[in-house]
Design a protein around this ligand. Sequence first.
Ligand SMILES: NC(=O)c1ccc[n+]([C@@H]2O[C@H](COP(=O)([O-])OP(=O)(O)OC[C@H]3O[C@@H](n4cnc5c(N)ncnc54)[C@H](OP(=O)(O)O)[C@@H]3O)[C@@H](O)[C@H]2O)c1
Length: 326
Amino acid sequence: MEYKRVEKIDFDFSAIGFGCWGASGKGSWSNHGDAEQIDAIHRAIELGINFFDVAPVYGCGHAEEVLGKAIKGQRDKVFIATKIGLPWNENFENYNDVSAVNILKEIDDSLRRLDVEYVDLLQIHWPTENAVPLEETMDAMRQIKESGKARYIGLSNFSVSDMKKANEIVDIVSMQGLFNMLEHNATSYHSIPLQYRVTNEVFPYVKEEGMAFFPYSPLFQGLLTGKIDQDTTFSENDVRNQNPKLHGEERLKHLNVLSEITKIEELKDKELYEIAVNYLVAKPEITSVIATVMNKDEVEANVKALNWKMSTETVARIDKLVSEKL
Ligand SMILES: NC(=O)c1ccc[n+]([C@@H]2O[C@H](COP(=O)([O-])OP(=O)(O)OC[C@H]3O[C@@H](n4cnc5c(N)ncnc54)[C@H](OP(=O)(O)O)[C@@H]3O)[C@@H](O)[C@H]2O)c1
């Protein structure tokens, strides 16, 4: 395993991390039950993976409980990042609430579900436009840090200007945003407009500040695994139905660029997911690749992808192709 470090965090992050959205319970992604997820987490730890990204909203608390069970007796081997600010009502419908009252309650719920005394990183999942003043939210995050319930504070889906404002209230050490081999400066996620452009704005900022960057949807929700082609359909409850880029003309456009990428000489004999993982690991701004993994085999495959290293020339060729065609 390769490890990466950033100035603001005293930790060596495994270049391959573990995204826990798939631990949301049966019916989410290709989830076959908690035992398979727990096995996958155990195998990940054996292979040197030490970064686990989860959120209360994944399965309305379920993914945090599964992660908590899986790491019993191994707390010292893992860096747990969870999120805050997307609670749900009695019908399990999510809504955005970054008020101090909600945040100070949510952290206690997360600690109970994870069955730990503290989390390593607490990230605000999504910003809310003006609904709650940024100062109120960040002051609550500062209180959580001072109480020792979270060691570090991070953000997710924030604009660079709001990151700067937040950083004046509490030290912000990380940003999580949409990024993968085909989405470099995405303007939307599941039709939600994004207030940041990763390559153009976020990368220079995190580099300058010594912050971590965690790319979500690193495998483009499966498009970069080779399992999705023009004819693939998703089951009724699959989250990918909400991603317009995985449908119709948009999907075709992305698949066409992929077929050009796979013709690059260095990549000709490689599996698509290996190319996608290697491309991300090769980027110095990316701290840990948090693919959602559903089972042991996927964990092993993603770690094995690091058996070779993509050359800087190939990374540059992919960047050029993507900026010209997408
Ligand atoms: N901050 C945010 O707002 C936000 C938003 C989205 C996600 N996230 C985080 O990012 C993580 C990952 O993003 P994502 O869930 O959008 O999707 P993703 O990681 O891009 O794609 C997940 C898909 O890739 C497949 N896969 C993984 N490794 C594979 C391998 N070696 N071979 C074949 N298939 C493989 C999975 O398998 P199957 O085909 O078996 O299902 C799954 O369907 C989440 O777990 C979460 O932690 C954060």
